[in-house]
Ligand binder design. Structure first.
Ligand code: COA
Length: 90
């Protein structure tokens, strides 16, 4: 009923690895039942076991109020960073 994937990025500043949570999706009929909470808990458990992980990160659309509320509820906080890109797909 749900998906996410994890990619990794080494942080030179922290000399550790951030796990990026991406492609988060819970089917509409399964929402608000703790599905993402459970997925997040499992990602966190695996990341802590890995030993070299300095934290979890993700990006979210500014107008996605439900997702932002979810990440806040799970203890994540907004960073001071802004994301820049060049998108060649048109
Ligand atoms: C955002 C999303 C992943 C949340 O998944 P979920 O399984 O419904 O979340 P959970 O049931 O684990 O909720 C955990 C907590 O987050 C908060 N939360 C979840 N959905 C919320 C909503 N719509 N509004 C406000 N708070 C919300 C609540 O505090 C919730 O705890 P509670 O239900 O005990 O109050 C899901 O709504 C979704 O797939 N949305 C569409 C895709 C999407 O936006 N993906 C994110 C892209 S960055």
């Amino acid at each position: 009923v749900a998906s996410l994937l994890v990619t990794t990025e080494w942080s030179d500043w922290r000399n550790g690895v951030f796990w990026w949570i991406q492609s988060v999706y819970v089917q509409p009929e399964a929402r608000r039942q703790g599905v993402f909470r459970a997925l997040y808990a499992e990602v966190e458990r695996r990341a802590r076991v890995a030993g070299d992980v300095c934290g979890l990160r993700l990006y979210v659309a500014q107008d996605n109020a439900a997702a932002r509320a979810t990440y806040n509820a799970l203890g994540m906080h907004e960073t001071p960073y802004r994301m820049y890109e060049v998108d060649w797909t048109g």
